[in-house]
Every structure is written in structure tokens, then in C-alpha cells.
Design a protein around this ligand. Structure first.
Ligand code: GLN
Length: 490
């Protein structure tokens, strides 16, 4: 295994003991990017010059015995999270030249902890999609099989970590966009409780469901990144008052007598035999570690994906309204009058963004507001209540992350409804705002990774991470990395 494919906690030891320098590590990461990114396409923008400067500073601090967790660790950031002085495009032509004047709080916190931001990763435009094919720049490919998608919308972050082209990354998750690409690329992805990680500087898609979360090689690394980026923030009015915990210290392996729920109605929807096997395999491992596994009911959960897409479209239509070339974003100047200018500028957006704006605007207009938007809001409350009741009885719930392993490029991109089904198991956690962790729990016959999710009570990331860590330690599955043929392009 290459140095850059190792977990952060391992690299942290090497850096703090002086076995490697931050400069060496950053050099290796950029060498790896040179080797693989022509094929994988994980990055939109690299931050090479600044990264090397930061590495020099980190090496100085390391020499002085600075023990910060992320000092000298190369991290990638999804390109819808603002980075001061570093282009942030949302994979859209509308924001092609947008260079933020401030860092998102999560990025500022990473930098304070000593992390080195190495670049901005590809996504579905504005986070709208499940395959990263909706990027206005390029499609990202799955490092496990270059003919397949990496998932989305944080596909660039997932592919970068899986390919050893970043040691960890930030993604964003509105309906599954951290967890589903994590599952497709064989890494760990955590959507924290709504309000635990500040959204300040995250360019909004559907703000009541948007979250920033870590994407890493293992659960310990997710805990380390989470404790760095979590915490109250006066800049985000939806930020909670909870202080972050020491999530890493909470990773004991003791899950004896912990109750794990299996949501019956959603599990009935699982069609893929290998996905089912991975899910029950995880339940068996947890049982063998002393947990009690039982069935629970979430009667409204089968409507979650429809409810999510309706509400998300409504919020997206309003979030993207200011990108009109006057208030925000690029402007198309070749237009005879103002209306044409608006329409040409908004026309820079891709198909999926336009579809959401149309659906959302319609669902908020006239009689549809009552019959669609308000109904979906009521459904959201029912879904939330179901989860709260199930999580009263159980400490955590298990669900597959996605209905299948990574699918081939081009397979679903022209069939939006098929694409939307990717979020059938993930969107419940966004509607309810509860924490959900996806971790690798098996491989298909073809050798593609599969993920399972652990969902928990609001602000109980400790249990979610603890169960994930116990599984990681207790299962016999050795951590695999994709075998990329380097230096060739197809
Ligand atoms: N796949 C979902 C969508 O297209 C969720 C995306 C996300 O979580 N950002 O809206």
C-alpha cells in the first residue's frame, strides 16, 4: 500500500515521530495525483503552490513539537465548499470564476488543525445527482473500475481518497451525497447530525437538508475529522449549541447489549442479493460482538425518496434563484436586453439543475403548494417521528447505503427517476437530520465495494462511530484499495 493510501491516524504517527515530513507527504500526494487523475478525474482545481507553502510551515511546527491532529495532513475539499482565494465552482459554469473571499467554517477549522488543502474535487453541479456525471466540467470515474461511476454528488472526494490522491476529504450530503459515493468507492463517509457541523460557506442546494461531512479510509479517521470540523458557529443560524466531543477517544470496541434495529419496510425494498448479504453480514458481526439485533418498523420510510426529491427541488429552486448574472455568478454579456441576459445566463446551468428549478418552482406555485409542498412537509414530520420512535427502542439502525454497487457510466444519466432511486436508503437521515455513517462491508463477485449505513440518535455520533469501529475491528475483511493501472489513460 502506498503512503498516500494509509489512514490519517497512521500518517499522524509518522509525522509526529519525524519519520516523514509534511513536505514528503504533500509531494507523494501530488505525485499520485499526476499518476492517476488523468484517468480518474477527481479534481477540478489543484492548490499545489499553497499546499507546499503550508507543508513548509507544518514542518516548522512539527519540529517544535506541535501535536495538532491534522498537522501536515493533505485533505481535499468538495468544490461547493468555499475556500478563501481558491476557485469554488460547484462544478457549474455559472460559478466558473468564483473565488471566495472567505473560508467555510469547516475549512477554517481544518486549517486551524494544521491540515493542508490540496485541491477542490468534482461533483454533480450544485450537488444535484448521484453519479458525478452532472458536472459541467467532466465525469469522475470510479478507481475500482474506470468504466463505472464513483457515485455522487461527492464523487470527486470519494474517488480522490480511494485512489490515494488525498488522505481524507470533505463532502456534502443533502440526500446521500457523502455516503453513497463513499460506498461506491470503498471508503467511510459520515453525514453528521444537522447542526453539528456549520454550513457556513457551503453553497446551498437544499439548506434544510445540506450537511458537510468527512470522507476517509476508516472510522477512526472520520472521528478525527469530525471532531475537528464540528461545533457551534455564530455564522450559521442552524448551527447547534453542542460542543464537539472527543469522538476518537470514544472508539472503544465495547458494544455489548447495545440494541441494533433493522428497519423492516426499507429492507424489504432491497433487491440486490449481494447488498442484502452485506447488510445481514454486518448484523451478524455486531451480534457476535454482543449487540442485540431486532426488527423495527418505519411505516412511512418507503415514501422518503419521493418526499426528499419534492422538498429538495423546492429548496433548490429558491437557493439557485440568485445565480442570475446580476446578483451572483457569471453573466452572459451577449444579449440584446435584460430578459435575454437572464435567460442566457441561467441557460449556463445543466439539465438537472434546470429540471429541479422547474419542478421546485411548480411545486411551490398556486394549488401545488398545498397538494405537493405542504403535503411533503407533513410526510417529512411523519418520517422523522417514525425514526425517533425506532431510535427510542434501539441505539442505532442498519440500512444498506445504496441499492447496488457502482453502476456503469451513462447507465442512469438520462433516466432521472432511476438515478433518484440511488437515495432510497440514504434520504431518510437527511429528512430527519440524524447522523448516518456509511462504511465498507463487503465486495461483489466482480470486486466492487459495498457499503452499509449506521444511523443514530441526533447528536449521538459517539454510538454511530463506536458501532462502525467495532464492526471494522470485528470483521475479518482486510482493508482493500483499488488497483489502478497508473500512467495509462483510456
Ligand atoms: N442524489 C441526491 C440529489 O441529487 C442527493 C444529492 C446530495 O446529497 N447532494 O439531490
Amino acid at each position: 500500500m502506498q503512503l498516500t493510501e494509509k489512514p490519517i491516524h497512521y500518517l499522524r504517527e509518522l509525522l509526529h515521530s519525524g519519520e516523514i515530513t509534511a513536505k514528503q507527504l504533500v509531494t507523494s500526494v501530488f505525485e499520485r495525483i499526476d499518476e492517476v487523475d488523468a484517468q480518474v478525474g477527481a479534481y477540478i482545481t489543484l492548490n499545489k503552490e499553497e499546499a507546499f507553502k503550508a507543508a513548509e510551515r507544518a514542518d516548522e511546527m512539527l519540529k517544535q513539537g506541535d501535536a495538532r491532529d491534522l498537522l501536515g495532513i493533505p485533505i481535499a475539499v468538495k468544490d461547493n465548499i468555499s475556500t478563501k482565494g481558491l476557485r469554488t465552482t460547484c462544478a457549474s459554469k455559472v460559478l466558473e470564476n468564483y473565488v471566495p473571499a472567505f473560508d467555510a467554517t469547516a475549512v477554517a477549522k481544518l486549517k486551524e488543525a494544521g491540515a493542508i488543502i490540496i485541491g477542490k474535487t468534482n461533483l454533480d453541479e450544485f450537488g444535484l445527482g448521484s453519479s458525478t456525471e452532472n458536472s459541467m466540467y467532466k465525469a469522475t470515474r470510479n478507481p475500482w473500475d474506470l468504466s463505472r461511476v464513483p457515485g455522487g454528488s461527492s464523487g470527486g472526494s470519494a474517488a480522490a481518497v480511494a485512489a490515494g490522491a488525498a488522505c481524507g476529504a470533505l463532502g456534502s450530503d443533502t440526500g446521500g451525497s457523502v455516503r453513497q459515493p463513499a460506498a461506491f468507492c470503498g471508503i467511510v463517509g459520515l453525514k453528521p447530525t444537522y447542526g453539528l457541523v456549520s454550513r457556513y460557506g457551503l453553497i446551498p442546494a437544499a439548506p434544510s437538508m445540506d450537511h458537510i461531512g468527512p470522507m476517509t479510509h476508516d472510522v477512526r479517521d472520520a472521528a478525527i475529522l469530525l471532531q475537528t470540523i464540528a461545533g457551534p458557529d455564530g455564522q450559521d443560524p442552524t448551527s447547534g449549541r453542542m460542543q464537539p466531543e472527543n469522538y476518537e477517544a470514544a472508539l472503544t470496541e465495547d458494544i455489548k447489549s447495545l440494541v441494533v434495529g433493522m428497519p423492516a419496510e426499507l429492507i424489504e425494498e432491497v433487491e440486490d442479493a449481494e447488498v442484502k448479504e452485506a447488510l445481514f453480514g454486518m448484523a451478524n458481526v455486531l451480534e457476535s460482538l454482543g449487540a442485540t439485533v431486532r426488527k423495527v418498523s418505519l411505516p412511512h420510510s418507503k415514501f422518503a425518496v419521493a418526499c426528499f426529491y419534492l422538498l429538495a427541488a423546492c429548496e433548490v429552486s429558491s437557493s439557485l434563484a440568485s445565480l442570475d448574472g446580476v446578483r451572483l455568478g457569471s453573466r452572459v454579456f451577449e444579449a440584446e436586453d435584460t430578459v435575454t441576459m437572464f435567460s442566457k445566463t441561467r441557460g449556463l446551468m445543466g439539465k438537472e439543475a434546470k429540471r429541479r428549478i422547474l419542478v421546485g418552482t411548480a411545486a411551490l406555485s398556486g394549488q401545488y403548494r398545498k397538494t405537493h409542498y405542504e403535503r411533503a412537509q407533513k410526510l417529512r414530520t411523519l418520517i422523522k417521528t417514525d425514526l425517533a420512535e425506532a431510535l427510542d427502542e434501539c441505539c442505532v439502525l442498519l440500512l444498506p447505503t445504496a441499492p447496488s454497487a457502482a453502476f456503469p457510466l451513462g447507465h442512469k444519466v438520462d433516466d432521472p427517476v432511476a438515478m433518484y432511486q440511488s437515495d432510497v436508503f440514504t434520504s431518510v437521515a437527511n429528512l430527519a437530520g440524524i447522523p448516518a455513517l456509511s462504511l465498507p462491508c463487503g465486495y461483489t463477485k466482480e470486486g466492487l465495494p459495498l457499503g452499509v449505513q449506521i444511523l443514530g440518535r441526533p447528536f449521538d455520533e459517539v454510538s454511530v462511530l463506536k458501532v462502525g469501529h467495532a464492526f471494522e475491528q470485528g470483521c475479518s475483511m482486510a482493508a482493500r484499495r483499488p488497483k489502478l493501472e497508473v500512467g495509462t489513460s483510456d
